[in-house]
Write a protein that binds this ligand. Structure first.
Ligand code: AMP
Ligand code: ZN
Length: 112
């Protein structure tokens, strides 16, 4: 499948990897929107949040347990933002589900 994040997970395309385990890779965003900005990406191809099912519960739980661990490892001690862009109106540009983690600056609300 011609999918950028599958290729990054398979190491066919290099990334600035910060974490890897059986289920996910995490790497720095190539176009960071904050001093710390990384992505958590499942190794299996799921198009978007809209496509997840109950079979993915363990994976999603794993990702949300990992987020504070990685955030703390990267020194985001003053808080951070977790973002999932879903579908065209959600601003999704890579059609392989991923969670952004942004920190080391104050975030605006509401988002644009
Ligand atoms: P989204 O717009 O939510 O689908 O997010 C896709 C993100 O992937 C954007 O923030 C991009 O900057 C990021 N991105 C695209 N290509 C790469 C890459 N080769 N390595 C790391 N991040 C990437
Ligand atoms: Zn994929």
């Amino acid at each position: 499948m011609d999918c950028l994040f599958c290729k990054i997970a398979e190491k066919e395309i290099p990334s600035d990897l910060i974490h890897e385990d059986e289920f996910v890779v995490a790497f720095k965003d190539i176009n960071p929107q904050a001093p710390v900005h990384f992505l958590i990406v499942p190794k299996i191809h799921i198009k978007s949040l809209d496509q997840i099912s109950k079979e993915d519960n363990a994976l999603i739980s794993h990702i949300f347990n990992l987020i504070p661990k990685l955030a703390n490892e990267l020194g985001i001690e003053n808080g951070y933002r977790v973002v999932n862009n879903c579908g065209p109106d959600g601003g999704q540009t890579v059609d392989h589900i991923h969670f952004h983690v942004l920190g080391k600056r104050e975030m605006l609300w509401p988002p644009g």
